[in-house]
Design a protein around this ligand. Structure first.
Ligand code: FAD
Ligand code: NAG
Length: 339
């Protein structure tokens, strides 16, 4: 006879990146009595090229313009970040202004939503303000100041999510899962949440041929005692190979300088010449940083964004062994779309 225990759902979350951890906490909210287990090769604290989350800047700057589901992910997460930054400053998320500079006309910059031809988060982020012509860096076409978005100290935030999971009695196991059926660790498992990012590639048996890496490189530099007034972003388009950004992170996170979005590049090694180029671009963008040769480098980083042709895969699959809920392919939006 089935015990009451076996009747409450049992969920396995595969992956402990920002997606897996947020997914586990969301399941806990919806199913307080369920059994939840996170199985992953890497957990917060690890730095490995197969594990994208610790390498992110990160900030909230929506790249969605579908006038639909993707925008709604970012909207929900914006609200959640508001609550977390107010109620839990120790989580590493802080409200911050952001200056966006574009090197193409607004119609070509990929920031206007389909159908509305507006920036969908204009009101949400406090009302966008055009950057005055004399404040635009050389070669820029236009700029917009976002008065109020979020910057995330990813080192701190991932640990905070993990601590929330422990408090919520989510079990944690470090294990490499080789096959789909192996994720159904017992017949009681109701559903497996697939939050493996690029995982399927590097761990063998690539089943989703639409997945590919979008390489990013960053430089972490020291921060001044007096914080910078804002974050900076510059690119021809919102999502483009060429991207320059300056994120000053809360709670001793330093300043993250980036970057690039290099599609199809698996190289996990730091390119030091390219790091110099990043520092030069960032100093031209954020005058408060001073001269590139004066920057104090703390460490270099390379991360591979889990990109996917056609966008993230978020759907339920019914298999013989049970349900698989896919949640991977967040690309460069894993934090801002996480909740
Ligand atoms: C330089 C850079 C800057 C970025 N900036 C931003 C930003 O400003 N804002 C933003 O929102 N996003 C940003 N991102 C993107 C963000 O980091 C990713 O979208 C996010 O980290 C993806 O998280 P994930 O949980 O899907 O994958 P991951 O963090 O890669 O986690 C995957 C997990 O699955 C596990 N796993 C995989 N396969 C297996 C297996 N077979 N068995 C067991 N475990 C397995 C891994 O060990 C790991 O725990 C940036 C990324 C980079 C590289
Ligand atoms: C998760 O998705 C990947 C594709 O990225 C696939 O290779 C893997 O088999 C899936 N895992 C499960 C448990 O369905």
């Amino acid at each position: 006879m089935a015990s009451t225990e076996s009747q409450s759902p049992y969920f396995v979350v595969l992956g402990a990146g920002v997606i897996g951890l947020s997914t586990a906490l969301t399941i806990r909210d919806k199913f307080p009595a369920s059994k939840i287990l996170i199985v992953a090769k890497h957990f917060p604290g690890d730095y490995h090229v197969e594990y994208c989350s610790p390498w992110a800047g990160a900030n909230w700057c929506s790249s969605a313009n579908d006038n639909g589901l993707l925008e709604s992910f970012d909207r929900v997460t914006f609200g959640r970040f508001q609550t977390i930054s107010q109620d839990h400053p120790e989580a590493g998320i802080q409200s911050s202004a952001l200056r966006m500079i574009y090197d193409q006309k607004i119609e070509d910059a990929g920031i206007l939503s389909k159908g509305t031809e507006k920036v969908w988060y204009d009101d949400l982020a406090g009302g966008l303000v055009p950057v005055a012509g004399d404040e635009l860096p050389q070669g820029a076409v236009f700029g917009l100041d976002i008065p109020s978005t979020f910057v995330i100290n990813t080192q701190v935030y991932l640990q905070w999510l993990l601590a929330k999971c422990r408090t919520a009695e989510v079990q944690l196991v470090r294990q490499v899962v080789e096959t789909v059926d192996q994720a159904f660790i017992s017949p009681e498992v109701t559903a497996v949440f697939n939050c493996t990012g690029l995982g399927s590639y590097s761990l063998g048996g690539v089943n989703d041929k639409e997945m590919y890496p979008t390489r990013g490189q960053t430089v972490l530099v020291e921060q001044p005692i007096q914080p910078l007034k804002r974050m900076y972003f510059r690119s021809p388009r919102r999502v483009d190979k060429d991207t320059t950004y300056v994120f000053q992170r809360p709670l001793a996170g330093g300043i993250v300088l980036g970057g690039c979005r290099d599609d199809g590049n698996w190289d996990g090694k730091v390119n030091l010449d390219f790091a110099k180029d990043i520092m030069k671009r960032c100093c031209a963008l954020a005058p408060e940083l001073g001269k590139p040769e004066d920057l104090k480098v703390i460490k270099h980083g390379v991360g591979l964004r889990p990109n996917r042709k056609g966008g993230p895969r978020i759907e339920i699959e019914k298999r013989q062994t049970g349900f698989v809920v896919h949640n991977y392919g967040a690309s460069g939006a894993g934090y801002q779309a996480s909740w």
